[in-house]
Design a protein around this ligand. Structure first.
Ligand code: MIC
Ligand code: MG
Length: 301
């Protein structure tokens, strides 16, 4: 109620322990703090803050227009609303190595359990768009080094994302991933792999935890959890799934309302008032309020 009592340090430990278990973690992107609650209730392992989702929610394309402070503010909101570790899309780190270091500090203060930095040029673009460009390998290793050094909590998971597959090919992407691990990355996010064989090749070449981006309508296949487990992947990411679902429902609903002049036929598809109240914890707030208003100092205090 009000906010969770789970500290950022506890969430970072939780994410580390879950990764150490060796099972596949399933991590959907939240649309907002309320949907993050549902992610937790449904039993997922962590919640993701998607850069694409954040920018879309602000009515912006995912081309590097959002700022580090906007991102940190959303991290805080998500962390307050759930007990889950929050994995954050930190894009390029918002500049050079120093900016990446400052971004790490900001996100750590905001309660992030882990974050990924990518090797795209600034300003970045969505990893599934054509025409993206990557920085030289050495520049990205400096970005990672700076980020690793900026961490105050060693449990904060630092993940390196490489966008090189679509630009330089698979072999170069694997070489880059290895260099990023040597520079201090704890885990790797190979972006926009083309097929299952490429997922397998990446797994065979890199020995840190790997994230599989199961984003819809992108360049890669949608592999199910059994397949990803067999491939030896550690995190299945569904970054924009909830936003796409919600926006699909909103668009359909608006059409029905506009056409029919009533939302009556939409009621079975809606979350009910009582379910919303349950999710928000109305009853706990009322109990807290009455406990606080009945509070008096003990005699003599
Ligand atoms: C993972 C991602 O970076 C995100 O911002 O969620 C995006 C997802 C998407 O645009 O579908 C990406 O893959 O670049
Ligand atoms: Mg992104």
């Amino acid at each position: 109620m009000l906010h969770t009592r789970t500290t950022p340090a506890r969430r970072r430990r939780d994410l580390r322990e879950k990764l150490a278990s060796g099972r596949l973690l399933r991590v959907p992107g939240a649309v907002d703090p309320l949907s993050a609650r549902l992610v937790q209730e449904t039993g997922f392992d962590a919640v993701y803050l998607s850069g694409a989702g954040l920018s879309a929610s602000l009515g912006l394309p995912d081309i590097g227009l959002t700022t580090a402070t906007e991102l940190a503010a959303r991290v805080q909101q998500l962390s307050r609303a759930t007990d889950l570790p929050v994995l954050v899309d930190a894009d390029t780190g918002f500049g050079g190595p120093l900016n990446a270091a400052r971004t790490v500090a900001l996100l750590e203060d905001a309660g992030a359990a882990g974050l990924h930095l990518e090797d795209q040029e600034n300003p970045k673009r969505c990893g599934h768009l054509d025409g993206k460009r990557v920085v030289p390998r050495e520049e990205m290793t400096r970005r990672i080094r700076a980020a690793a050094d900026a961490r105050r909590d060693p449990d904060l998971l630092l993940m390196a994302r490489t966008d090189a597959r679509a630009v330089e090919g698979l072999a170069a992407a694997i070489d880059r991933a290895k260099a990023y691990v040597d520079a201090g990355a704890d885990a790797v996010f190979p972006e926009a792999l083309a097929d299952e064989a490429e997922f397998a090749a990446f797994r065979a070449a890199v020995d840190v935890p790997l994230l599989a981006n199961m984003t819809e309508f992108g360049k890669g296949p949608l592999l199910d959890t059994a397949t990803l487990e067999n491939l030896g992947y550690d995190i299945a990411l569904y970054p924009v799934t909830l936003l796409r679902l919600a926006m699909g429902a909103i668009e359909d609903g608006l059409r029905v309302l506009a056409d029919r002049g009533t939302q009556e036929s939409l009621l079975p598809r809606m979350q009910t008032r009582s379910r919303l109240y349950e999710l928000l914890g109305y009853e706990e707030y009322a109990a807290f309020d009455s406990a606080v208003s009945g509070f008096t100092l003990p005699p003599g205090a």
